[in-house]
Ligand binder design. Structure first.
Ligand SMILES: NC(=O)c1ccc[n+]([C@@H]2O[C@H](COP(=O)([O-])OP(=O)(O)OC[C@H]3O[C@@H](n4cnc5c(N)ncnc54)[C@H](OP(=O)(O)O)[C@@H]3O)[C@@H](O)[C@H]2O)c1
Length: 291
């Protein structure tokens, strides 16, 4: 069994991006500039956004945090998005979710210029991805594909079962892994909360991706010997062993499942670090687009 070290892969990607930024600068081009919009005071969102800004700084990418009050209206929020769309100094931006209930996330998402949509969630980017056209792709599933690629895990002809069909993880990943590409060419089954006898599917899988958000859901008796297990789940659970009072738990019962796998991603340190690395890679890619 080999543990897939997402922390290490993400660190290499960050170094690659740093080199590319230096190459841009030496050609007299502008540094990429990532902006993040944060509305309200959600603790988890604060943590994610400040981590993203910190990593930008480390790799020499410019960053701006746009902090908005919880009481910001949808119309005001749309104005902020439009300002960022039009600002020639901003390469790409993200709007951290969840947004307060009175703001439609879909409306905000659709207002973002697809060329600056470094989260890759805009319908134009999703549509382009479906058609195999160049696009900004969602960070977490792209990160999963990148891990598979960098560990040279064979995918062609393999049966991949993805548990979870969200727009940000399960559905785009199913597309990416079933496409005529390498990694890709998998036969993909998507399971979800209405799937009957789910273990019958996972037991047949060569590759299992757990992306449902139920800690410890995937047990040893649901996994074929030698399978590749990718754990996307990250649920904060209370812990008296950490300073923050919580720890992250994946969707896989790691201690039970790991011994019988060929490869497995841990939580933390597996898929999680890849998400930020790919977000930065998307920002670099957006810098090459004509605005
Ligand atoms: N590492 C990272 O950077 C990263 C990034 C994004 C998400 N995540 C984590 O990944 C997990 C999934 O995130 P998400 O945004 O995709 O979640 P989501 O939008 O809540 O979607 C969860 C999916 O799992 C399915 N599901 C729920 N209970 C199930 C069950 N008992 N059996 C089978 N399927 C079940 C749901 O089915 P229905 O469609 O039928 O409701 C849904 O498709 C979460 O833990 C999240 O924190 C991590």
């Amino acid at each position: 069994m080999e543990i897939i070290n997402g922390k290490e892969v993400a660190a290499s990607i960050r170094l690659e991006i740093k080199d590319e930024i230096n190459a841009l600068i030496s050609r007299g081009l502008k540094k990429p500039h990532l902006a993040a919009v944060l509305v309200g005071n959600d603790g988890a969102s604060e943590t994610y956004v400040s981590l993203k800004m910190k990593v930008c700084h480390e790799i020499g990418m410019d960053s701006t945090l746009v902090r908005l009050d919880e009481s910001t209206t949808e119309a005001e929020m749309l104005e902020h998005v439009e300002k960022l769309n039009k600002n020639p100094n901003i390469t790409g931006f993200i709007v951290q979710v969840p947004l307060p209930k009175h703001i439609s996330e879909q409306k905000i998402l659709e207002a973002i210029d697809p060329k600056k949509d470094v989260d890759g969630f805009h319908p134009v980017n999703v549509g382009r991805m479906v058609q195999g056209l160049p696009s900004l792709t969602p960070a977490t599933p792209t990160g999963v594909v990148e891990l598979i690629k960098r560990y040279s895990i064979p995918t062609a002809g393999k049966h991949c079962v993805i548990v979870g069909r969200s727009n940000i993880v399960g559905t785009p990943l199913a597309l990416m892994l079933s496409r005529k590409s390498d990694p890709g060419n998998c036969t993909v089954t998507i399971c979800h909360s209405r799937t009957k006898n789910l273990a019958e599917f996972t037991r047949k899988a060569d590759i299992i991706v757990a992306a449902l958000g139920i800690p410890g859901f995937l047990k040893a008796d649901m996994v074929k010997k030698g399978a590749v297990v990718i754990d996307v789940g990250t649920t904060r659970v209370k812990s008296d062993q950490t300073k923050s009072g919580y720890r992250l738990k994946g969707d896989v019962d790691y201690d039970e499942v790991a011994p019988s796998c060929s490869y497995i991603t841990p939580v933390p340190g597996g898929v999680g670090p890849m998400t930020i690395a790919i977000l930065l890679k998307n920002t670099l890619k957006a810098a090459t687009y004509e605005k």
